[in-house]
Design a protein around this ligand. Structure first.
Ligand code: COA
Length: 217
């Protein structure tokens, strides 16, 4: 049976393993960055389990006043196309129901993910040139105002049986930290390790292992 639970600091290893299974080596976040995300963004991040086995995850954060940022989402291949991606997005959106807008980046070639985001109410606000370490552009997608209200309703946020109270996890749903943004969205760039390393609020060790950088969501 599929269940979602909040992702905390102690779950960083599970997220790292999922990243390894879902994304190419050049597209994976470093373990230290994952640990930092899991620690700092626990309230807005979830792992999907199938009978206790981690099969997908979503990490989101508040990265600027009134702004939620979906940093990473992914599912093992055999769990895709069954509505679980939408469920993870809903969990993230419900946890971020107090922000004014949600933003994310997606590869221009990733039509499946774009289709999911559009169906939820995101629109393309910008195209970011060579955003990824392999040179591919990203679409910067935003959801706000009426589209966001509609999406929260469609997700059942805050309703009985909705997603609002799920998976409080070990932190009991405590306040997550707001994480810093360096000139806005570029802070999240996968492949921008120097930016992350230079970020005041980045506390990770910036490990230098092969393939530690290279993608955003
Ligand atoms: C992107 C991802 C998270 C979507 O999750 P998913 O569980 O497969 O998607 P869902 O089953 O919830 O489908 C939601 C919507 O996505 C779109 N979608 C899903 N599979 C699709 C496919 N094969 N082709 C086109 N659109 C598709 C549809 O719009 C669908 O809505 P619908 O069911 O009403 O038609 C998942 O495919 C994944 O993990 N991909 C690899 C990692 C990745 O690309 N992450 C995102 C980086 S930006």
């Amino acid at each position: 049976m599929i269940s979602l639970a909040r992702c905390g600091e102690e779950d960083a290893g599970k997220v790292e393993e999922l990243e390894r299974l879902i994304f190419k080596p050049s597209e994976q976040y470093t373990m230290s960055f994952i640990a930092w995300l899991c620690r700092s963004c626990s309230r807005f991040s979830f792992i999907a389990y199938d009978d206790g086995r981690p099969v997908g995850y979503i990490i989101s954060c508040v990265d600027a006043p009134g702004q939620g940022h979906v940093v990473a989402v992914g599912l093992l291949r055999e769990y895709r196309g069954r509505g679980l991606g939408r469920q993870l997005m809903c969990a993230s959106m419900c946890s971020l129901s107090n922000v004014e807008r949600l933003v994310l980046e997606v590869r221009v070639s990733n039509e499946v993910a774009q289709s999911l985001y559009r169906s939820l109410g995101f629109h393309v606000a910008d195209q970011l040139k060579s955003y990824y370490s392999d040179g591919e552009d990203a679409y910067y997608m935003v959801m706000e105002d009426e589209a966001r209200r509609r999406a929260l309703k469609a997700c059942g946020c805050g309703e009985e049986g909705g997603l609002e109270g799920l998976g409080k996890g070990k932190d009991g749903g405590k306040e997550g930290s707001r994480v810093g943004s360096k000139e806005g969205r570029s802070w999240w760039r996968r492949g921008a390790r120097e930016e992350r390393g230079g970020e005041d609020e980045w506390e990770g060790e910036g490990d230098e292992g092969e393939g530690g950088v290279g993608r955003n969501i």
